[in-house]
Design a protein around this ligand. Structure first.
Ligand code: ARG
Length: 464
């Protein structure tokens, strides 16, 4: 390939180092399907508007479909000299059709073409990610339902705080993932805008029908300003942000599961099929999958920062810097997909050690707040009740006893408001089931929350 498709005004050959440095084909090849889909729609529009003759449009479309097959069957030759995916496909079209192939790019620039390709790609990937999130959510809901009677300690500061239901803990993640899913759906609206017709930056002088192209490609709207269209990437940044947040949630969940499956916690066993061994220590079973979800979160954050930084100083409109949008985008899509997939598969295979969880929940005076609330109900102002139970805890610590192990007399030495019913107040079940206020850990409330999430998922189904 001696002559570039844009080579008319050049007298010197592009330096080899420049070709290597500027080429994007090593990563943007993966847009080929969307590039061809967009080109076919563009070509149909050129034909309908009589910008190119029907027989030539037919030939172009036919050749584009053949090119797609060649790529899929690995019969297509990629080369750095041809820069990017658009040039590769157009060059092959010229090889196949000669001068007719040269008509496809009428009323189009690579600047509006690339943003179309990315929009088509990202729209499809958001849908695929939504499906993976659905699977994860469904699996989490099932495990939450199965553990509606399982008790565990709830933590603040990674210290025992109050007893909760395991299902309440799992439902906390459901809420996060549900918001992640909605965030993606929302970002999709701003991805789903048709850019073709913006040309290089100022629009086109040909009588194009942008609405027709939109209909062909299933876009509900066309972009409004050609400069904005070729030069903004906020729809990618929004996606990268939503992806970073989702990874953050997956990472926190990974961290919980890493802790729970440690010998120190001993709340859960991870399936062997999701762990790996040590090359030196024969006894090891390491939670690498979860560690990698946590670890890969860093690069997904980095991808967001990377594109924000690329964009911040760019004068309108298109600048080649924008080519740097793709690697962070592809990496975040791949990483989030991978993480959602493994987490979705892992959840149903977790084995919870319910006895250990429950025994652990009873430790560390986790019902102290219940005792405080008890005294409040008996008429003591909250602050005084807090102080009194604090003294009771101090007393227990000194005696090496837990709440159920001290006698009513001992309770009454601290406060005469304590009566026989204090012993039901300090049970784990009572503590949990008393927290009936909306959003709390009481069983009936968690059941309601599970139903609410199920119906929210039903309602948003097919809202693409
Ligand atoms: N590979 C380019 C990109 O990713 C396509 C657009 C090129 N446009 C240009 N004027 N050089 O942005």
């Amino acid at each position: 390939m001696d002559k570039k498709l844009w080579g008319g005004r050049f007298t010197e050959k592009t330096a080899r180092s420049v070709e290597e440095f500027t080429s994007s084909i090593s990563f943007d090849y993966r847009l080929y399907h969307y590039d061809i889909q967009g080109s076919i729609a563009h070509c149909k529009m050129l034909e309908k508007q009589k910008i190119i003759p029907a027989d030539e449009a037919e030939k172009i479309i036919q050749a584009l479909m053949e090119i797609e097959k060649e790529i899929e069957q690995s019969e297509f030759r990629f080369s750095e000299e041809l820069e990017d995916i658009h040039m590769h496909i157009e060059n092959r079209l010229l090889e196949k059709l000669g001068t007719i192939g040269g008509k496809l790019h009428t009323a189009r620039s690579r600047n509006d073409q690339i943003t179309l390709d990315i929009r088509l790609y990202l729209r499809a990937e958001i849908d695929a990610l939504g499906d993976l999130m659905d699977t994860l959510l469904k699996n989490l809901l099932t495990v939450a339902e199965n553990n509606i009677h399982s008790i565990m300690p709830g933590f603040t500061h990674l210290r025992h705080a109050q007893p909760i239901l395991l299902s309440h803990h799992l439902m906390a993640y459901c809420q996060m993932f549900l918001r992640d899913r909605e965030r993606l759906q929302d970002a999709r609206k701003r991805v789903n805008v048709m850019p073709l017709g913006s040309g290089a930056l100022a629009g086109t002088s040909f009588p194009v029908d942008r609405d027709y192209v939109s209909r062909l490609l299933d876009f509900p709207a066309v972009s409004e300003n050609s400069l904005d269209t070729v030069s903004d990437r906020d729809f990618i940044i929004e996606f990268l942000s939503a992806a970073a947040i989702a990874m953050m949630h997956l990472s926190r969940m990974s961290e919980d599961l890493i802790l729970w499956s440690s010998t120190e916690f001993d709340y859960a066993d991870l399936p062997d099929s999701f762990c790996t061994g040590s090359s030196m220590m024969p006894q090891k079973k390491n939670p690498d999958v979860l560690e990698l979800i946590r670890g890969k979160t860093g690069r997904v954050y980095g991808n967001l920062l990377s594109l924000l930084t690329t964009m911040k100083g760019l004068p309108l409109s298109y600048n080649r810097d924008l080519q740097e949008d793709k690697e962070p985008l592809f990496d975040s899509v791949d990483t989030l997909k991978g993480a959602l997939k493994v987490m979705g598969e892992l959840i149903p295979q977790l084995h919870f050690k319910l006895e250990n969880m429950k025994a652990s929940a009873a430790k560390d005076f986790s019902t102290a707040t219940d005792l405080t609330d008890y005294l409040v109900r008996k008429g003591l102002p909250f602050r005084q009740a807090h102080e009194t139970v604090g003294m009771l805890v101090r007393y227990c610590l000194d005696k090496g006893k837990s709440f159920p192990e001290i006698s009513l007399e001992e309770y009454r030495e601290i406060s005469s408001l304590f009566q026989e019913d204090v012993f039901t107040v300090i049970t784990l079940e009572n503590s949990i089931n008393s927290r009936k206020a909306k959003g709390g850990t009481a069983r009936e409330e968690v059941e309601r929350a599970i139903r609410a999430v199920r119906s929210r998922m039903e309602n948003t189904k097919g809202s693409r």
